[in-house]
Design a protein around this ligand. Structure first.
Ligand SMILES: CC(C)(COP(=O)(O)OP(=O)(O)OC[C@H]1O[C@@H](n2cnc3c(N)ncnc32)[C@H](O)[C@@H]1OP(=O)(O)O)[C@@H](O)C(=O)NCCC(=O)NCCS
Ligand SMILES: [Zn+2]
Length: 318
């Protein structure tokens, strides 16, 4: 169930164009520029070639030469169909990074004993218990301040980094994180007393967002509508340009690929709508909630969960 990711706001050039293990901070040591380009030949030489040459007075013996072949039609960059990550095949570091990322995308990171031990000091709140999914499995929803530190903080950072790679998104700014709460859906793992983070949303306080126009076939009189803003090149999602007061922004949504279409994202969104502002239940149908990322799957979710009322906001300008 892989999604074809489209970036938010066509004008945002800062986003990486190509999902890769390479350009994202700690996920790789390779420079971003190596993506999609062949490395210079001398980078492939073994370290032994760099050793100093000993000068010998003996007559040099003729060495048998081996013909080298360049395989110019085979790229060494591979894109995984399961996690969509591009990595350099044969480069051990890249392959390890890919395997780790791929496992996180498919099955999720662990929420274990150490996280449970630190949950009170980290201010983790349980929002709902025994939340039933379509396949009958039951999980729970917790929420945490996005700027939490310690063991839970570093787990969240890794999780958000994995999500950013999946969405080809830049990391959220420190200001955005300060205004954000992370909601996690935890499912029991195979190992007893352990859980997996099966879903995550990042919810942030925002001020304004744009209402989404009905899809073109629903517009009876297109000439009567004000100029619409295209959210990106290919999603077919258009907004009315007027910025409207909106309370809650969803900057990241992610569900592990093994658990999709079970209702996890919808349950997380409802949990955020019900609890983000203390004592005030937000209604997506009334335009009180907006998304900042718009992948194909995300748009389907947005339409299904918000029934056309979810708005769009720019997370760099909210
Ligand atoms: C988008 C995503 C978060 C959805 O999570 P999910 O837990 O599978 O969503 P839900 O099960 O709550 O889906 C609720 C409804 O949304 C719609 N929907 C969700 N994913 C869909 C998809 N891939 N294709 C079509 N409709 C979809 C359906 O109407 C679905 O109801 P149904 O399963 O009864 O038909 C998940 O696919 C994901 O993590 N994708 C990769 C990251 C991403 O694209 N994030 C979105 C950024 S906007
Ligand atoms: Zn993969």
């Amino acid at each position: 169930m892989s999604s074809k990711v489209k970036r938010t706001y066509a004008s945002r050039q800062d986003r990486p164009k190509f999902r890769s293990s390479s350009p994202i901070s700690t996920l790789s040591s390779s420079p971003a520029s190596s993506v999609g380009t062949k490395r210079p030949f001398d980078e492939f030489q073994s370290p032994r070639a760099a050793k100093r040459v000993k000068v010998s007075s003996a007559k040099p013996k003729q060495k048998t030469l081996t013909q080298l072949h360049f395989c110019i039609d085979q790229t060494i960059i591979r894109t995984c169909s399961l996690c969509n990550l591009s990595y350099t095949k044969g480069a051990e570091d890249d392959e390890v990074l890919h395997r780790t990322h791929c496992a996180r995308v498919q099955r999720g990171m662990e929420w274990g004993k150490e996280e449970e031990r630190d949950k009170h000091s980290a201010g983790v709140k349980e929002i709902a218990d025994r939340v039933r999914l379509k396949n009958g499995k039951k999980g729970r929803i917790i929420c945490i301040n996005a700027t939490v530190g310690g063991k839970i903080g570093s787990k969240l950072s890794t999780l958000l980094e994995t999500i950013d790679v999946t969405l080809s998104a830049s990391a959220l700014s420190p200001e955005a994180l300060r205004a954000s709460t992370v909601y996690l859906f935890l499912l029991p793992a195979v190992t007893p007393n352990r859980e997996k983070i099966a879903g995550c949303i990042v919810a942030q306080r925002i001020e304004k967002a744009m209402a989404v126009a009905p899809s073109s076939e629903n517009l009876s009189e297109p000439k009567d509508t004000p100029a619409l803003v295209a959210v990106d090149d290919s999603s077919g999602l258009f907004c009315y340009p007027k910025l409207l007061p909106t309370a809650l922004g969803i900057s990241r949504i992610f569900v592990t690929s093994a658990q999709r279409r079970q209702g996890i994202a919808s349950k997380l969104l409802s949990a955020a709508a019900n609890t983000f502002i203390h004592g005030c239940v937000l209604d997506p149908k009334d335009g009180q909630i907006a998304f900042s990322q718009t992948t194909g799957d995300g748009i389907s979710l947005m339409r299904s969960w918000g029934q056309g009322g979810v708005r769009i906001y720019d997370e760099d300008n909210c």
